[in-house]
Design a protein around this ligand. Structure first.
Ligand code: AMP
Length: 215
């Protein structure tokens, strides 16, 4: 099964993708995680992306398309994958369509998770990242833990620069301007299933699974 999890930053795409990935046994591909790992590893990509991400801006399309091409061509994507954070522009959506055709993998479900901006700001305030591996966790996931569940680093949690309130507001503005129109691109081309992202993690997950099963 191939899935695009679409929605504003902080709407819960990452949390839902992790659960779906383990339930459906397909990889979770988060372009934000790939970039944060590159920043942590201080690679050429990481050095380029860091400042752009800290400002809350989008990394250029050609870089992101290159990353996705490489990732989707890996053998673990053969039976499906969950995209989280890609596509974020119409140019990326078009490039993804071309790539899926090349890979003979043209059927993909678009799940659009929604929440209002106030709820999103509230949720992002409750997120922390690991400064060693860059993975994101909710405060609930790391409560009482002093080691990162992903890489084992000690006392490494911090509030991401781009999760500071003024940057979140900018990211939401960019979402409404550049990313939301991707839904219009998909309308008429692919089935877009909208799921209300307000509710418990389990409730939202159940709604997504139901939507996927009835697809
Ligand atoms: P995320 O963790 O998905 O919110 O992504 C964090 C940041 O990485 C974004 O604010 C962008 O700066 C960058 N980023 C991630 N995915 C993309 C993408 N598909 N296109 C452009 N920039 C991206």
């Amino acid at each position: 099964m191939r899935i695009i999890l679409f929605g504003a930053p902080g709407v819960g795409k990452g949390t839902q993708a992790k659960i779906l990935s383990s339930k459906l046994n397909i990889p979770h591909i988060s372009t934000g995680d790939i970039l944060r790992q590159a920043v942590a590893d201080k690679t050429e990509l990481g050095l380029k992306a860091q400042e752009i991400m800290n400002r809350g801006d989008l990394v250029p399309d050609d870089i992101m398309i290159g990353i996705i091409k490489e990732r989707l061509s890996k053998p673990d994507c053969k039976n499906g994958f969950i995209l989280d954070g890609f596509p974020r522009t119409e140019v990326q959506a078009q490039a993804l369509d071309n790539l899926l055709k090349e890979l003979n993998a043209d059927n993909i479900a678009v799940i659009n998770i929604t929440a209002n901006d106030e709820e999103i700001v509230r949720r992002i305030n409750r997120r922390r990242a690991c400064k060693v591996c860059g993975k994101i966790f909710t405060l609930d996931e790391i409560e009482g833990k002093d080691k990162c569940p992903n890489c084992g680093a000690e006392n490494s949690f911090y509030l991401r620069d781009d999760d500071r309130e003024e940057v979140i507001k900018k990211r939401l503005r960019i979402f409404h301007k550049s990313t939301e129109p991707v839904l219009n691109y998909y309308k008429g081309k692919r089935k877009v299933i909208t799921v209300n992202g307000i509710g418990s993690v389990e409730e939202v997950n159940e709604k997504i699974l139901q939507a996927l099963n009835s697809d």
